[in-house]
Design a protein around this ligand. Structure first.
Ligand code: SF4
Length: 463
């Protein structure tokens, strides 16, 4: 017999306990265990006045944002609606059935005000990473780094050519992203390549065609511990390759300062195999670079490559296949010269006299008077990376472990709906990247901590 639902909405009073309706294994219940809002409140205290009307509880807003980023609810208006109707979301935000939610506009006021001044999102992110370390989810042996482009929140039609002189108008009428951009330009006078196009809405976003059709984008740079793919730090940069690569230093230094962890090896793709980064890893940090190196000197036209020349470290010269020397200088200067070029290389040259009379000249330097070799000042570090590239651990392990960082980006974009930014300016973008990385860590910790990790995977502090 077909049943009919009895009228269930005519009760006047209900006996209802929200706590009893959220299952023990619910994601938000698992996540809640790892958040300590006493610390967060203490951190925020000095940014609130001791008098006046009480503000909306910052804990409530941070909890709401965590729900949004954990479940891929990007719009603040929609987030308020979802929390209004969803019992588990209400429970996580410590809201009763009849409690009012803050208006969606309260978020932007706080995000651009106290939350940004207090750097609260970085603080919360750091406490989550610290908790991951305490749970034994960070081994600290191998880190992997990578960057991914995320579309900026701009209309590509509202842009001008990078070579044009732009009138940004009076300061008072400039938008927040424009003010941030102009301030950063004043502070950083380093000459960078002019972009082809500049967005008038968010000028810090970079016009890039690195991944298909050109877009305005920012890069999220993340460094993970490869044991359980916990994101240890994140840095926002404009979508520009050299900024992405340089963020390696920022991330490593910050992780060491915040958590006293330094990895034994660092994995990355070819972009991180430039001489500058290799020199930094090997000479300054004593970290094994597990990255493919840039080999621009290899020749495919049948002429001698650099590898056909023998380097003599002690005598500071190369020996060519005909047994002649390539030196950095053949003159004695009163004031010794370093000979280091702008590209951080030293040029070693064969003598014109030797090359003119050499039988091998057609196979060595058919189009020039004599042979030249540009040697990076970080060549010793490059040699270390070359040796690692031949090792078993690199061939059998590194390649697979490096993929783990790419999986984080795939998860972020596909599962958490994070394929376009909602905030503008480098500060807003940085907040968004921190929140999404925190959500990923919390989700992972909740899943992994159902089964305790092996005891030998606990991070050891730097000695
Ligand atoms: S051309 Fe010059 S550098 Fe090349 S093999 Fe001959 S002598 Fe050596």
């Amino acid at each position: 017999m077909m049943g009919r639902q009895a009228a269930a909405q005519n009760e006047l009073f209900y006996e209802f306990n929200l706590e009893q309706h959220i299952p023990a294994n619910h994601l938000l219940r698992q996540i809640d265990k790892f958040l300590n809002f006493d610390q967060i409140r203490q951190h925020l205290e000095s940014f609130y006045s001791h008098t006046g009307r009480p503000s909306v509880d910052p804990e409530l807003m941070i909890r709401m944002l965590i729900v949004g980023y954990c479940y891929g609810i990007r719009s603040e208006r929609r987030l308020c609606e979802e929390i209004n109707f969803n019992l588990a979301y209400r429970w996580f935000c410590h809201l009763g059935l009849e409690d009012e939610l803050p208006d969606h506009s309260t978020f932007s006021k706080n995000r651009h005000g106290r939350f940004r001044e207090s750097n609260i999102f970085r603080y919360v992110f750091n406490t989550v990473v610290q908790r991951c370390i305490e749970q034994g989810l960070v081994k600290g042996e191998g880190f992997a780094i990578d960057a991914s482009l995320v579309k900026a929140d701009v209309n590509r039609q509202r842009a001008v050519r990078g070579t044009e002189v732009i009138d940004w108008g009076p300061t008072k009428q400039q938008s927040r992203p424009v003010r941030e951009y102009l301030k950063a330009l004043d502070e950083d006078q380093t000459i960078k390549t002019k972009p082809k196009s500049i967005s008038l809405t968010d000028p810090t976003a970079r016009w890039t065609a690195a991944k298909g059709p050109a877009i305005f984008a920012y890069s999220t740079n993340i460094m993970i511990d490869v044991e359980h793919s916990i994101i240890l730090d994140v840095e926002a940069t404009p979508g520009f390759r050299s900024d992405e690569v340089q963020s390696t230093k920022t991330l490593l230094e910050r992780i060491e300062t915040n958590y006293q962890i330094k990895p034994k090896r660092l994995m990355g793709d070819t972009a991180y195999g430039c001489a500058d980064i290799l020199g930094y890893l090997v000479n300054e940090k004593n970290i094994e670079p597990h990255v493919p190196i840039w080999e621009k000197s290899k020749r495919d036209d049948g002429t001698y490559s650099v590898t056909d020349f023998v380097w003599d470290e002690k005598e500071d010269h190369y020996l060519c296949p005909s047994g002649k020397l390539l030196r950095r200088s053949r003159r004695k200067f009163k004031i010794p010269r370093s000979g280091i070029t702008k590209a951080n290389t030293i040029i070693y040259r064969a003598s014109k006299h030797d090359c003119d009379t050499c039988e091998d000249k057609p196979r060595c330097c058919p189009n020039t008077d004599h042979r030249k070799i540009a040697r990076s000042i970080h060549e010793a570090a490059r040699d270390v990376a070359r040796a690692i590239n031949q090792s078993d651990i690199y061939i059998n392990k590194t390649f697979h472990e490096r993929k783990k960082v790419e999986m984080q980006f795939a998860h972020m974009k596909r599962n958490l709906n994070f394929d376009r930014l909602r905030l503008r300016g480098i500060k807003g973008v940085s907040d968004e990247f921190l929140l999404i990385a925190m959500a990923q860590n919390l989700r992972k910790m909740a899943r992994l901590c159902e089964q305790p990790p092996p005891t030998d995977s606990i991070a050891m502090p730097v000695t």
